[in-house]
Design a protein around this ligand. Structure first.
Ligand SMILES: [Zn+2]
Length: 92
């Protein structure tokens, strides 16, 4: 059996191993949702953790958004529906 094929195979396996190890390490923070509470962005429907979320207090309710854009959108929508907008949330 040609020896070079053997080394190529080992190199390929090592390469895959390193790649998967790195990928695991990369995805670990975001996949660690088992013990982290997730909240649904009411604007775009994306699930966010309290760490990543933009949290706003609107009408005494804590609402989590994926971004400030969604927060602004939601705020505008609620301003349109309710006559007196509750601006007590403020920014951080
Ligand atoms: Zn969003």
């Amino acid at each position: 059996m040609p020896r070079i094929l053997f080394f190529l195979a080992i190199g390929y396996v090592l390469y895959r191993l390193v790649k998967t190890l790195f990928r695991k390490r990369m995805t670990q923070p975001s996949r660690r949702t088992g013990d982290v509470e997730t909240f649904r962005d009411p604007v775009c429907g994306v699930y966010v953790t309290s760490e990543d979320a933009v949290i706003a207090r609107l009408n005494g309710e804590k609402i989590h958004f994926c971004s400030t854009e969604c927060l602004e959108k939601y705020r505008q929508d609620s301003e349109n529906t309710s006559p007196h907008a509750d601006e007590s949330g403020g920014s951080k």
